[in-house]
Design a protein around this ligand. Structure first.
Ligand code: GCV
Length: 675
């Protein structure tokens, strides 16, 4: 095959189910998923299907109503026979992949599982010309002509005119991708960028719907619903209607007609993802309507078909004046959406970035979680490493996500106030809650640019399915499956590199939660003041006295007051604010002593020297794998490590020098800081 087999290699198959005989017991009816299951067993699984129960080693049983949800599964093993049980064939499909995984990882085959989050989605930022906004692994799997249009990271995202069929139609690749997603429990995919540019606006209409339908058919068979991102101005652009006002009857009829046509072609179509009034995109504010007006209008259009709207809360003033200290971007989504709590229809979910700004290395949980009490919500993550090293630097992100979803919001009105539970607790339809994340794959041979970035896709799926899993367990599983044939000591080396990699990256990046010291636009590499005087509202306010943004209620922007009383009290006071977000909430002197006991300035120096050393250590460790793992994988990562070393060095020296110049305070350990 022309692409890497990820964690689903033929070795994995051989050591688990290859050659085994499967028996379908009591399958009430065949559907796309049960047919797919059969072809997975025979094709990918290289196993047999027997009609004689006595001959079966693995029995698949659909038992409607036996398990908690239609996605749940149970594995039972007795006297050499394994049973996979589910209410539906979807449950069995998840059970099937779980059985394979558990066999490889020696995790035992008496096991029952129900997903923690009902929605487990991937959003693609793929563009109609084959490029991907914030993509670091080649072109889109869905659009474009690979080879002719190879320009994965152009650092600007306008879309070129497309001549002819925009679809790539590499269905072998899409099928394998769908298998990857289904094997980790993903159940929804949005195909195109939320900035819907150029011809992409027309994906919701004929004839482009044909291409969408072909892709959706593959995803459906793996239990995955397909969504599209829409352009708010579609009524104007597609049908030359004079307005896109959500209360205008012609506009409402337009969307109803669009929905009717889509569901005719794709009966299990998921619905729409919407970025409106955000970073220059059009939206209801143009017509002085609320975001509830906008979302509910679309929700009404898809409602007769069971459709669903994901409405993003990433709405902020992106034309800020740095001189204006009263506007705080961190407050924007709360200011825009808290007043609308309770006004959204049952088939709308607000799609909320986990942090108040934008997928930085360290950010607090956004106060919308817990603040919204009667609204369906999904938490948005970013697997693609926009601010986390572009899939050049090694960065296993799961520890950061785990920390976010485990944050205790300390709201007393709910049974469980931890971030991952609050979604259901405050929903009007708990089934319309969960996680979504910007995907990280492209047409690169290994899907993710850096082979090790596959672990982030794997980890996102596994964590979404089971919020109790630890980053360590997930990494262990991924390494066992991906590097199945190498000796345990080498797997341990890979583990040691990856488990510390998020912390290492954080160490040489912007310090203590301040964020955004990146090169503008591309967001890779250091530029301390790159965003300091710009329009995006992302400032660090370093001066000769100290650094950080005062977001306290007493003297700052008041952002910290948006949390529950207990959490607000914690963030209000620099002494109780956790170190890793201190500068997000407070402007403190360089001599301020952290909870760790270090001063801010010494912490900056120490972490930046350590971070670079960490990368040197990875290079040494990785070199021991030469000749042990596949040469393609070895050199893929080795090459990137050299780039990471350069990146970490530049971060270290520019950050250290900048803060030395600002503070005039020398490093306690007299290491080299350039003047
Ligand atoms: C799709 C950030 C990124 C943009 C992205 C935006 C969003 O600002 O830099 O590329 O646009 O987030 O989430 O909509």
């Amino acid at each position: 095959m022309e692409f890497d087999q990820t964690w689903l290699t033929s070795e994995v198959v051989e050591r688990s189910i290859g050659g085994k005989s499967f028996y379908f017991d009591d399958l009430p009816e065949e559907n796309e998923v049960s047919l797919r299951l059969r072809s997975e067993i025979l094709g990918w699984g290289r196993a047999r299907i027997t009609s004689d129960k006595e001959d079966a080693e693995i029995i698949l049983r659909v038992r409607p109503g036996v398990l908690a949800t239609d996605e749940s599964y149970r594995l039972e093993s007795s006297e050499g026979v394994i049973s996979v049980i589910g209410n539906t064939s979807r449950g069995i499909l998840y059970g099937f992949y779980s059985m394979v995984r558990r066999m490889i990882n020696h995790q035992g085959l008496n096991f029952e599982s129900t997903p923690s989050q009902p929605i487990r989605m991937i959003d693609h930022w793929d563009q109609i010309d084959g490029t991907i906004e914030r993509g670091y692994a080649g072109e889109s799997l869905f659009f474009g002509q690979y080879g002719k249009n190879s320009n994965p990271d152009r650092k600007e995202f306008s879309v070129r005119d497309v001549v002819g069929d925009p679809f790539r139609r590499d269905y072998q690749r899409v099928e394998f991708y769908a298998r990857m997603l289904s094997s980790i429990g993903i159940n929804a995919v949005s195909l195109n960028n939320v900035n819907v540019r150029g011809l992409a606006t027309f994906l919701i209409t004929d004839p482009l719907l044909d291409g969408v339908a072909d892709i959706a058919q593959i995803f459906t068979s793996f239990g995955i619903k397909t969504y599209l991102a829409i352009n708010w101005e579609a009524p104007k652009r597609i049908k030359q209607i004079k307005t896109s006002d959500p209360l205008d009857q012609e506009v409402r009829d337009f969307w109803k007609e669009i929905a009717r046509n889509i569901y005719n072609r794709i009966p299990d179509f998921g619905g729409f993802v919407v970025k409106a009034d955000s970073e220059g995109e059009p939206g209801p504010y143009q017509y002085k309507r609320t975001h509830a007006d906008g979302a509910n209008m679309l929700a009404e259009a898809v409602e007769p078909y069971g459709g669903h709207i994901f409405w993003r809360t990433f709405v902020y003033n992106s034309r800020q004046d740095w001189r204006d200290r009263s506007t705080d971007r961190a407050k924007a989504s709360s200011e825009n959406f808290l007043p609308l709590d309770g006004q959204f229809k049952e088939n709308v979910s607000l799609q909320i970035k986990f942090g108040p700004i934008d997928f930085q290395t360290s950010e607090p949980l956004t106060p919308l979680f817990g603040g919204l009490k009667r609204t369906n919500q999904v938490m948005e993550f970013q697997i693609t490493a926009e601010y986390l090293g572009h899939q050049i630097d090694i960065n296993y992100i799961v520890p950061q996500w785990k920390k976010v979803i485990s944050f205790d919001t300390k709201y007393r009105d709910v049974g469980d106030s931890v971030a991952s539970c609050i979604l259901k607790e405050h929903a009007i339809d708990p089934e319309k809650t969960g996680f979504t994340s910007v995907g990280n794959v492209g047409m690169d041979y290994n899907w993710t640019g850096n082979k090790l970035s596959q672990a982030n896709l794997y980890g996102y799926g596994r964590l979404s399915w089971d919020n109790e899993l630890t980053p360590e367990e997930i990494l262990d599983e991924w390494i066992n499956q991906t590097f199945l044939s190498i000796q345990p000591k080498y797997r341990k080396t890979i583990y040691e590199i990856m488990i510390t990699s998020n912390e290492t990256y954080k160490k040489y990046n912007a310090p203590l939660g301040i964020g955004f010291m990146v090169v503008p636009s591309s967001h890779y590499g250091v530029s301390v003041n790159g965003y300091e005087y710009d329009r995006w509202g992302t400032y660090h306010f370093a001066d000769r006295n100290g650094v950080g943004v005062d977001r306290s209620v007493a003297t700052g922007t008041g952002f910290s007051g948006l949390y529950s009383d207990e959490v607000a009290r914690m963030y209000e006071d620099p002494a109780t604010t956790p170190d890793d977000v201190l500068l997000f909430f407070h402007h403190v002197p360089y001599t301020h002593v952290l909870q760790s006991g270090e001063t801010v300035i010494q912490h900056i120096y120490n972490t930046h020297f350590d971070g670079y050393e960490g990368v040197l250590d990875y290079i040494k460790k990785w070199s021991t794998l030469e000749g042990v793992i596949d040469e393609i994988d070895y050199s893929n990562v080795a090459r990137r490590l050299q780039l990471q070393k350069q990146n970490a060095l530049e971060w270290r020296d520019q950050i250290n020098t900048y803060f030395y110049r600002m503070s005039g305070i020398a490093d306690e350990h007299n290491r080299t800081i350039y003047e």
